[in-house]
Write a protein that binds this ligand. Structure first.
Ligand SMILES: Nc1nc2c(c(=O)[nH]1)N[C@H]1C(S)=C(S)[C@@H](COP(=O)(O)OP(=O)(O)OC[C@H]3O[C@@H](n4cnc5c(=O)[nH]c(N)nc54)[C@H](O)[C@@H]3O)O[C@H]1N2
Ligand SMILES: Nc1nc2c(c(=O)[nH]1)N[C@H]1C(S)=C(S)[C@@H](COP(=O)(O)OP(=O)(O)OC[C@H]3O[C@@H](n4cnc5c(=O)[nH]c(N)nc54)[C@H](O)[C@@H]3O)O[C@H]1N2
Ligand SMILES: [Mo]
Length: 717
């Protein structure tokens, strides 16, 4: 008997004998495209084991290294335990615990004080990478009267969407399930960044899908592809224009579609004619023969889908224009809004399309934009202002420093990480100029040091939240364990604050669950109905977006057609220097644009390509994940390492004209010769400190994180 019990306990087998119960939850260490279902084995209110939820069709029982480390993440010693009040200068560790009541009153006083002194627009409401609380925070900002709801999306996805908006009107994702014959992966590496997708790609490939990958590195995605176009970072536009040139010259485009549904084709053709593959080879490093082969394969496969990424292509000073050239290939081949091509789908909740409609957009806009001031960055990035319903956060520090067009005084931030910005010291200086800052986080991060009030949030396993999945699956979790210490759920904090700020907002007054029911009303899903299915449930009567909706509705562009020449960019030619054609310009700092700089800084610096075990700054502190890459290290190709006399794990100095950091060398075939790849957000070796605060794409305001010049020197001690 005792033996059996010991075996059951050692095996952590759930049941009355062991007192272990399985509770359903979701992982939110990364977000929002994976967010795997979690089975948490809980005993006496404590998680003793973690597995993936088998019945969740998205992760089907699997977990990645980060999710597997959930216990270390949740029970980490750096968790914030109580609300804190700053008692010393900004930037120091001088904080003392305070009560929730006093802390929330202080936040309400700080935000309302700024509103009284300088107007509601002087207060910023910001969300870092975490997405789940965003609709509620967005509404709080609107109810407060501030247009300045900002988020990390100012460096992520939005510029990819903008490029699609400019060409298509409405973005359209790759429709793998719809029977794509060929998939053109333009820079994503789901094997590290979206493991659930990687599994689907392998299955599709076994069924005969041909994959072309465009990536400077020999990424796992590239190794699972039929063709790999290994271009130099930031030369995507030139490569796409050369592919367009081949397609048009060889008559492989869909001319009936182009004639009927596009504008600007003749100008585009004339411009692309300047990019024969031999010239593109010079610029991109991709052999001309391979460019021709890829162009033919993509254009002659029917249907063919294009998979873009949220970030690498648009992490360049020429990012939006480069992606416009890429998306023009979809227009050329008539693969827009067709099954197996790039299909329009409507978002259900938090960027995910799951076959149901919600009132998310209505919920997040309690007040018309016209009743508020212009959001941050509108004057500098007018097309962003037209297409994106949030301020441009990269411009936030610039506006704090300039005070133009209006002063910024206070901020309520959820998971702000100043190391996300280029030149984090510039961002920190901006935070230092504000009269009041409150930050809500799980951990006492370095950014917390610049806040006046710090509030402890709980993790996804300690809260209730609604999620949906592209497999037409929805889940409303219940807390699997009670919030640790004094932590609270972000939504509780937002709803509490709405009351204390004295906002006249019936939905925020009604509470989180009432708001959720209101938002979900068109979907047929309800809080009570969802609660009956702890691991999630299929979406009832999922709706399929029709194919080729443009036949009746046209395209949501200024011309009503797909645009090779952009009617939205054209008016800003003189004022902002925007080209209406997807013109290729080399990255602002590059061998082509700044040869004198390249003489001293001969290598390309490409930052932030994802590592499988890290999620930005979040999992550095977690033992299991950190052990997989213990030291900050930069990836160098064997050829560059040999030339510089550098061996594996040698200390090296990475320098740009702005600054330098010391890291270790990781010599790997993944790295492209001539390019140094360095992950971002390490506190002890912050690569963003090498980047200037205004190294930004003039159309999107996105930073040129992936196209700089640097040098590498061996550190001799
Ligand atoms: N494990 C893990 N997963 C993550 C994240 C994480 O931090 N860790 N972050 C999440 C977030 S916020 C994002 S935005 C996504 C990003 O998701 P992905 O885009 O899939 O990932 P990345 O590694 O950033 O970039 C993919 C590839 O783009 C290549 N690349 C770099 N520069 C260029 C370029 O100039 N042109 C082209 N064509 N390719 C280029 C890189 O070599 C890399 O292999 O990942 C998400 N998933
Ligand atoms: N050089 C370089 N810089 C980059 C990139 C790059 O590729 N290169 N990528 C950019 C991109 S694409 C992105 S998306 C950004 C990501 O940028 P960040 O927003 O900086 O991402 P994180 O480091 O994950 O920081 C989020 C913070 O949220 C906290 N947090 C986590 N969960 C919760 C929660 O449930 N509630 C609350 N309140 N807080 C929580 C975390 O502890 C962390 O402190 O970085 C950008 N910066
Ligand atoms: Mo991102």
């Amino acid at each position: 008997m005792t033996d059996t019990l010991t075996r059951l306990e050692r095996g952590k087998i759930p049941g009355p004998e062991t007192g272990i119960e399985i509770r359903k939850s979701v992982c939110a260490i990364c977000d929002p495209m994976t967010q795997c279902g979690l089975d948490l084995y809980v005993r006496d209110g404590r998680i003793v084991k973690v597995e993936g939820t088998a019945e969740n069709p998205h992760n089907a029982g699997t977990l990645c290294s980060k999710g597997a480390a959930t216990r270390q993440y949740v029970y980490h010693a750096d968790r914030l335990k109580t609300p804190l009040r700053r008692v010393g200068p900004r930037g120091t560790l001088e904080f003392e615990p305070t009560s929730w009541d006093d802390a929330l009153d202080a936040v309400a006083a700080g935000l309302n004080g700024a509103k009284a002194a300088a107007g509601p627009e002087s207060v910023v409401f910001y969300a870092g990478y975490t997405k789940w609380m965003r609709p509620f925070l967005h509404r709080l900002a609107g109810s407060f009267g501030s247009p300045n709801y900002l988020s990390e999306s100012s460096t992520c996805y939005r510029a990819t969407a903008m490029a699609q908006n400019l060409v298509f009107g409405v973005p359209a994702g790759p429709d793998l399930a719809g029977g794509a014959e060929c998939l053109l992966v333009w820079s994503a590496n789901p094997f590290y960044t979206n493991t659930t997708m990687a599994r689907k790609l392998l299955d599709a490939r076994e069924r005969g899908l041909t994959i072309i990958t465009v990536d400077p590195r020999l990424s796992p995605m590239a190794t699972h592809s039929d063709l790999h176009l290994r271009l130099r970072p930031g030369t995507d536009g030139a490569l796409a224009l050369a592919m367009a040139h081949v397609i048009i010259e060889e008559g492989l485009h869909d001319s009936a579609f182009v004639q009927r549904h596009t504008v600007g084709f003749d100008e585009f053709r004339a411009y692309a004619a300047g990019f024969p593959p031999e010239r593109a080879q010079e610029v991109t490093g991709v052999p001309a023969g391979l460019i021709r082969e890829a162009a033919r394969l993509y254009a002659t496969s029917k249907p063919a889908a294009l998979m873009p990424s949220a970030s690498p292509v648009v992490h360049h000073t020429n990012g939006v224009q480069n992606y416009r050239a890429v998306f023009s290939l979809v227009a050329l081949t008539g693969n827009y809004d067709v099954r197996g091509g790039n299909k329009v789908d409507f978002p259900s909740w938090l960027y995910v399309s799951a076959g149901f409609a919600t009132r998310e957009a209505e919920f997040t806009h309690p007040r018309p934009a016209a009743d508020m001031a212009a959001p941050i960055g509108q004057d500098r990035y007018p097309v962003w202002g037209e297409l994106v319903d949030e301020g441009q956060a990269m411009h936030w520090p610039h506006q704090v420093h300039s005070g133009e067009p209006y002063p910024l005084k206070a901020a309520l931030t959820f998971g702000i990480n100043h190391r996300m910005w280029p030149d984090p010291a510039h961002m920190v200086a901006a935070l230092g100029k504000l009269d009041f800052v409150a930050n809500v986080d799980l951990f006492f991060t370095d950014s917390c040091r610049y806040a006046d009030i710090v509030l402890p949030a709980c993790t996804s396993v300690e809260r209730s939240e609604f999620r949906c999945y592209p497999e037409r699956w929805a889940v409303l979790t219940d807390p699997a364990i009670a919030p640790l210490y004094e932590s609270r759920s972000d939504s509780d904090i937002i709803y509490e604050l709405a009351g204390r700020l004295g906002l006249d907002d019936p939905l925020l007054a009604a509470g989180y669950e009432a708001s959720l029911d209101w938002i979900l009303e068109p979907s047929g899903l309800t809080v009570d109905g969802l609660r009956a299915h702890p691991g999630g449930m299929p979406v009832p009567n999922p709706v399929k977006a029709p194919e080729r909706a443009y036949e009746t509705k046209g395209f949501a562009t200024p011309s009503g057609k797909l645009e090779f020449v952009s009617g939205r960019l054209a008016p800003y030619g003189e004022s902002h220097g925007y080209d209406a054609l997807p013109v290729y310009q080399p990255p602002k700092y590059s061998r082509e644009a700044t040869p004198e700089l390249a003489a001293d800084y001969p290598l390309v610096l490409n930052t932030g390509s994802r590592l499988p075990m890290f999620q930005h700054s979040r999992t550095f502190r977690v033992g299991w994940t950190r052990a997989l890459r213990p030291q900050p290290s930069a990836d160098l190709s064997p050829a560059d390492a040999a030339r510089l006399g550098i061996a594996q794990d040698d200390p090296i100095r990475l320098s740009t004209p702005k600054s330098s950091i010391d890291v270790l060398a990781n010599v790997t075939e993944l790295a492209q010769p001539g390019v140094v790849h360095m992950y971002h957000a390490y506190p002890e070796a912050d690569v963003n400190s090498l980047i200037e605060a205004d190294y930004l794409d003039p159309i999107s305001g996105f930073p040129g994180f992936k196209g700089l010049l640097c040098r590498v020197d061996k550190v001799v001690s």
